[in-house]
Design a protein around this ligand. Structure first.
Ligand SMILES: *Cc1c(COP(=O)(O)O)cnc(C)c1O
Length: 379
C-alpha cells in the first residue's frame, strides 16, 4: 500500500536514507556571521545582528515594527499582554493548533474559547467566529462580553496553519465590529500572503517563530510584528526586563520578561533571511510536484486558495478516513519516510478540555485525516 507515494517521495530526496519532515538548510553566510558575532564578544543581549534583523524582517513583511524574542511562544505571550489580556479574560482561538497558542493564553491567566476552522485553509473559520459571537456575546461599553461566562472576550488568535493563510481580512472585520483585538499566530507563515498582504500584519499584532523546524531558523527565536509605534516600544521594553534606559542605574518600571533574542541567534537568522526567497521558490516547486502527483490519486493535496500565496512550509495531504490515515502513517514511517498526523485538538487536552467550544465539525473531520509529508528544501 502507498508504495507509489513512498517511491515518489524517496526520489524527491535521493540524498537521504531516511527522510525527515522538515530539516533546516544552512547554505549561506551562517558560519561567517556567527564567527563575526563571536569575535565581537557581543553574543548575548545586545548587538548589531538583533537591530539589523528587526529592520530587515519589518521591511520584508511590510510591518512598521518588528521586535525579536527568544521564541515564538514568548512573542505570542507578549502580544497578548500588550493586547491587555488579563486574568479571567477570554481569547478565541482554533482547536486545530499547536499547543503554544493555548499555553500563551494560559500564561496570561486567561481562557481559550474554541471555534471551528475552514476545511480548505485549516485556519479559523470567519463564519464559525461570527456565529459564536452572535450566539454568545454582546457589546457593552466597548467591550465584548461573553453572556455564558460573564467574562470579557479580549482577543482573537487565528492561525495560518502550515503556512496557508486563513481568511484573515474577514476575521479582522469581525474583530473590529466586536471590539476584540486581533493577534495573528503567523508562526508558520513567514513568506505567506493574503490578498497580497503579508500574514501577521492584518491585526494589532502578528507573531513569527524561528524554531528549528520553521521556514528559516535562528535555533530558537521569534518576533512580534505591529504597526503601532507605542505598542512596539512597549513590546521592546517588556521583553527586555522593563529597564529604564540609563548608563549605569538599574531601574525597572514594571514586571518585565527576559524574552530577548541573543545576538548569536540573530546572527544565524540574518544569514537565513538572506536565503528565504530561494527557499520559498524551492518549496513552491516541491509543492507543485506533490500537487501534480496526487492529482491522480484518492489522496488530496492541500493547496493555497486563489487569493493567497502560501509559503508551503509543511505540506499536508488529506486521507479518506482515519483508517486510511493510519495505514498511510504506518507504511511511510516504516520505510523511513517521516510523516505525522496533525495535532490532537486542543479542546481534548487535559489542560483545555473544560473550556467553551463552538461547533467543531470541520476541526474534528480534519484531525482524523490530515498528514504532513516531507517538506524540507530539496537539493
Ligand atoms: C512554532 C509555533 C509556535 C511557537 O513557536 P516556538 O518558537 O516554538 O515557541 C506557535 N504557534 C504555532 C502555530 C507554531 O507552529
Amino acid at each position: 500500500m502507498f508504495d507509489d507515494v513512498i517511491d515518489f517521495i524517496q526520489d524527491l530526496y535521493p540524498e537521504n536514507k531516511s527522510i525527515p519532515l522538515h530539516e533546516p538548510r544552512f547554505s549561506g553566510n551562517e558560519k561567517k556571521y556567527l564567527n563575526e558575532c563571536i569575535d565581537s564578544t557581543f553574543v548575548s543581549s545586545v548587538g548589531k545582528f538583533v537591530d539589523g534583523f528587526e529592520e530587515r524582517i519589518a521591511h520584508y513583511t511590510g510591518a512598521k515594527y518588528a521586535i525579536t524574542t527568544n521564541n515564538g511562544t514568548s512573542a505570542f505571550h507578549t502580544a497578548l499582554l500588550l493586547a491587555n489580556v488579563m486574568e479571567n479574560d477570554e481569547v478565541i482561538t482554533q482547536p486545530l493548533a499547536f499547543v503554544a497558542t493555548c499555553n500563551a493564553i494560559s500564561y496570561c491567566n486567561a481562557s481559550p474559547i474554541f471555534v471551528d476552522v475552514d476545511k480548505d485553509t485549516m485556519g479559523m473559520s470567519p463564519i464559525s467566529l461570527e456565529d459564536f459571537l452572535k450566539e454568545n456575546a454582546i457589546i457593552e461599553n466597548q467591550q465584548c462580553i461573553n453572556k455564558v461566562t460573564g467574562k470579557v472576550i479580549k482577543a482573537c488568535a487565528p492561525i495560518h496553519t502550515f503556512g496557508h493563510p486563513c481568511r484573515i481580512d474577514y476575521i479582522s472585520n469581525i474583530c473590529k465590529e466586536w471590539c476584540i483585538a486581533l493577534v495573528e499566530d503567523s508562526a508558520e507563515s513567514l513568506g505567506s500572503y493574503y490578498k497580497k498582504q503579508h500574514t501577521g500584519t492584518f491585526g494589532d499584532f502578528g507573531i513569527l517563530s524561528f524554531n528549528g523546524n520553521k521556514v528559516i531558523t535562528s535555533g530558537g527565536g521569534g518576533c512580534i510584528l505591529t504597526n503601532n509605534e507605542d505598542l512596539a516600544r512597549k513590546a521592546k521594553h517588556i521583553t527586555t526586563t522593563a529597564k529604564e534606559p540609563h548608563k549605569w542605574e538599574f531601574v525597572h518600571d514594571m514586571i518585565g520578561y527576559n524574552y530577548r533574542m541573543p545576538n548569536l541567534n540573530a546572527a544565524l537568522i540574518v544569514a537565513q533571511l538572506e536565503q528565504l526567497d530561494g527557499f520559498l521558490k524551492n518549496k513552491r516547486l516541491l509543492a507543485n510536484s506533490y500537487k501534480e502527483f496526487f492529482q491522480n490519486s484518492n489522496i488530496k493535496f492541500v493547496t493555497e486558495l486563489e487569493d493567497s500565496v502560501s509559503n508551503y512550509w509543511l505540506n499536508a495531504v488529506i486521507l479518506k478516513d482515519k483508517a486510511q490515515r493510519d495505514l498511510f502513517l504506518d507504511a511511510t514511517n516504516s520505510k523511513g519516510v517521516m510523516t505525522r498526523p496533525i495535532w490532537t485538538l486542543m479542546n481534548k487536552l487535559t489542560m483545555f478540555k473544560d473550556f467553551q467550544c463552538g461547533d467543531l465539525t470541520n476541526a474534528k473531520w480534519l484531525e482524523q485525516r490530515i498528514v504532513n509529508i516531507p517538506s524540507s528544501v530539496t537539493l
